[in-house]
Write a protein that binds this ligand. Structure first.
Ligand SMILES: [Zn+2]
Length: 284
């Protein structure tokens, strides 16, 4: 397989890296100011390195049949224009997936879970990302919406979500939700130390409890005992991993699942999604 230009499109900036056999030559950041800059940058990288055979892009949104359907947290993006320009300009294979699947493929690989039939991935970053592998297949759904766990409505939740709906799980359990909690409750210290300073505060306890409920709900649906948890929030100092693990266990449908439950907490390094971008090309 030739080299892959891995691209992880983010809300604030986009990461690029050239991957060859899981080795990433460099990771560069680019502010996603506009599509023309983005496309021009991709074009430049591809011209610079003739061994690049595939462009693999992860986006924080919905993808169907290799086309971007929606990106809720990024405004001012003409989705059709990006699709058309990239396919036209580079004449290379362009593979587009949800960003969370890039992380998931990297984790399946590095945790030696590739041959496991059933694995769930939860990535608590800006939003709440989710990837589902059941009976050997990473689910996509009919419209590319499979694993939109962050956008299931929670009873009694009146908060407005960036997707336009009210009550989404992501408004309570995500990095954005944590920033809101910090502000609304006038919690002292920097946001990055919120678990260091306020682990026993009611709102932080609720935050972890809600996360456990959402995760265990999905475990109960899919009967899966191998769980990956990552993302920026899960990597903040003093994030209560053991507490989360115990809360999840309490909610499992069957006691027989408890001894089998394996939770893998993973780091949140910038190259994870870039390596995942190359692995997903191989797998799909
Ligand atoms: Zn939503």
């Amino acid at each position: 397989m030739g080299k892959v230009l891995g691209i992880d499109v983010g809300g604030t900036f986009t990461r690029f890296g050239v991957v060859h056999n899981k080795f990433v030559s460099s990771v560069e950041k680019l502010f996603t100011a506009n599509i023309d800059d983005f496309v021009a940058f991709v074009d430049e990288q591809v011209k610079k390195d003739k061994e690049i055979k595939t462009i693999s892009i992860g986006i924080p949104g919905i993808v169907k049949d290799n086309k971007i359907v929606s990106i809720p947290n990024i405004s001012n993006i003409d989705i059709d224009a990006v699709n058309t320009k990239l396919h036209e300009l580079t004449r290379l294979d362009v593979v587009i997936n949800r960003d969370v699947n890039l992380l998931f493929y990297n984790d399946l690989d590095r945790l030696n879970l590739k041959h496991e039939e059933n694995v769930l991935g939860f990535y608590v970053g800006t939003g709440l990302g989710n990837a589902i592998k059941v009976n050997g297949v990473v689910l996509k759904g009919s419209h590319g919406f499979a694993g939109e766990l962050g956008h299931i409505p929670l009873i009694g939740n009146k908060r407005l979500c960036n997707c336009g709906k009210t009550g989404c799980a992501e408004t309570l359990v995500s990095g954005m939700a944590l920033v809101n909690l910090h502000k609304e409750n006038n919690l002292s210290g920097e946001i990055k130390n919120i678990f260091v300073n306020h682990l026993n505060h009611e709102v932080i306890k609720d935050f972890i409890h809600n996360l456990a409920l959402i995760i265990s709900m999905e475990i109960n649906i899919f009967d899966t005992t191998k769980i990956v948890i990552g993302g920026g929030v899960a990597n903040m100092p003093e994030f209560p991993k053991e507490k989360l693990r115990n809360l999840i266990k309490k909610e499992l449908r069957s006691k027989s699942l408890i001894p089998e439950l394996e939770i893998y907490f993973v780091d949140d390094l910038p190259i994870n999604s870039i390596i995942g971008a190359s692995l997903i090309v191989k797998e799909e």
